[in-house]
Design a protein around this ligand. Structure first.
Ligand code: DQA
Length: 147
């Protein structure tokens, strides 16, 4: 089973982008952490990042077609994009929304998410560990699926 870990705009700048909020580790380190976590759980994890909203929508359509679980950090699109929400709503497998920072401790405009009510669950403020927790949850759900 392949799990898609989809990252939105500016997350390729992790490590350089406001380290006081997002930490000093890079996007490549995040991708490796997700792949290793997946391997520990026997999951194939496909980690992607895009700065194009159209590409993100296409990836969500791909996940809907394949029935793939998704971990998504939609970055700023979380707070702006009904199109990404509409695409996320078509998923049939678990969808976990992750934010590295605790968006609720930040500006008011980051408090609303267009994704949270269509997501299976939401993890905020745990740094990269949020992705680890999301993948662990997905693995536990797949383990408990009937054969
Ligand atoms: C973020 C939080 C968003 O508000 C922000 O626009 C991001 C990153 C996070 O991971 O904390 O790009 O999704």
């Amino acid at each position: 089973m392949t799990v898609l870990v989809l990252n939105g705009p500016n997350l390729n700048r992790l490590g350089k982008r406001d380290p006081t909020v997002y930490g000093s580790r890079t996007y490549d380190e995040l991708a490796a952490l997700c792949r290793h976590t997946g391997a520990d759980h026997g999951l194939d994890v496909d980690v992607r990042q895009t700065n194009s909203e159209a590409v993100m929508i296409d990836w969500l359509h791909e996940a809907a077609e394949a029935g793939s679980p998704v971990v998504i950090n939609a970055g700023a699109w979380t707070h702006t994009s009904i199109a990404i929400r509409d695409a996320a709503e078509m998923l049939t497998a678990p969808l976990i929304e992750v934010h590295i920072s605790n968006v609720h401790q930040r500006q008011e405009f980051r408090h609303h998410s267009y994704l949270s009510d269509v997501a299976t669950g939401v993890i905020v403020g745990l740094g990269f560990e949020g992705y680890v927790a999301a993948l662990g949850f997905i693995a536990s759900q797949l383990d408990s699926d009937p054969p």
